[in-house]
Design a protein around this ligand. Sequence first.
Ligand SMILES: [Zn+2]
Length: 412
Amino acid sequence: MREKVDTIIHNIGELVTFNNTSPGDITEDKAGILRDAAIAVSNGVILDVGDTNDILRRYRGETVDAQGNLVTPGLIDTHTHMVFSGSREDEFEYKIMGLSYDEIQERGGGIYRTVRATRQASVSDLVAKGLGVLGEMIRHGSTVVEIKGGYGLDLDGELKIMEAAKLISERTPVKIIPTMQAHIIPVEYRGDRRAYIDYYVNKTLPEASKRNLAVYSDVFCDKGAFTPIETRYILEKSLELGFRLRIHADQLSYIGCSELARDLPLDAMDHLDHMPAENTRVMAEKGLAAGLTPTSELAMFSENLPPVRELKNWKVPIALGTDYNPNNMTPNIQLVMDLSTYKYRLTPLEALAGATINAAYSLRLHDRRGRIRKGYAADIVVWRIPNHKWIGYLWGVNKVEKVYVSGKEIWG
Ligand SMILES: [Zn+2]
C-alpha cells in the first residue's frame, strides 16, 4: 500500500540537496548530489528524498516530471531594498558619464530623491509596486526575500515602508524577512547627526519593535552614511529592542566598519568590497555570513572586489543578494549567481550555495530552508538545465522552469 502524499517531483536528473554539509563548507563530494532522484512532499514539507523508482513505489500523489533536469532548494535573495517609490533612470546616464555616487547625491539625486518620492507615496502604492517586483523575483526562482526599509528616514516614512513589507508578506507565499535600515542622515538633520541618530533609536526603532515590523536591524556603515561609532550605538540599541543584527560594511570605502564583527553579535556583513582580507578571520571565528552583491558593484561602476579567496579559505558562508534598489534594478537572483562565477570565480556549486544553504544561514533560516532535507519547507526549484554546472555557463536567460514554496507551485 503506497502512502498518499501531496506531490512527487520525480525523474530529477540531478538533485543538489546540500544535505550532508554545513554552510560555508561547499564541495562537490559533500553537496549531497543525487542522480535520478525524486522528492515526496506533504503538507508543505519535504517528506522523503530518494531514488525515483523507490519513491514512486512507496508513495502516491500528484506527480511532476522534472524531465531529467536539475532540481535544487528554492533560491533565497538575502539583500533587497525593494520597497520604494519613483525611479532614477536619468541618473544612470550620469553614472555612465563618470559622476560618482557622492556627486549625484550632492546634486539632490541618489537616495534623497528616492526618499522624497517614497515619503509622498501611499502604503497601497508601495505594496502594488513591491508585489510587481516580487513577481519578477519569483519568476527567477526566489522563494525567500529579505526586504529592507531605508527610503523614509523619518518615523512615518520608515513605518510606512515596513507596513508595506508586512502587507506584501501577507499577499505572497514567499517568505519575507523584514529589516529596519539606518540608511543615511536625512537632509533635515544634516547639521545635527547626533539628533537624528537619537531620534532613530528612541522613536523609529522602538515603534517598529512594538509593532513587530522587522526581524533585523541593519546599518549602512560607510563614508557618507554612518561611522563605526554611530553604527555600534544604533546596533546596541537595536539589540536591546530585540532585533537581530546585520550591516552594510566596507562597500564604498574602509573606515573600520567590518571591525564591528569582533564584539557585536552580527549574523552577516554585506558588500565588503573594501574589507581588509585579514578581517575574514574574525568573520569565521564569530560565525558571520558574508553577503555579496555583484550586480550592485556593476551598478556603482566599481572595480573593487570583496576578498573572496580569503572568505573561501576561512569557510565563511558566502551568501548572495540582488541588492534590488533604485540604483541597481535587477530582481534576478540567477543573474547574481551567474555573475558571481565570473566576478568572484565562485564555482557553479558555490554560486548555488550562495543562494540556498549559505543564504539561509545568512538569514538564520538554515534549520528549515536552503536544503532538500526531510522535514524542511518544500521550497524547491525545478530548472531547465540538466545539472548545476550550467549555472554561470548559460547566462542572461531564465533557467528556472517551476518554483515551489511550501509545496505549492507558485510559478511554472
Ligand atoms: Zn543594501
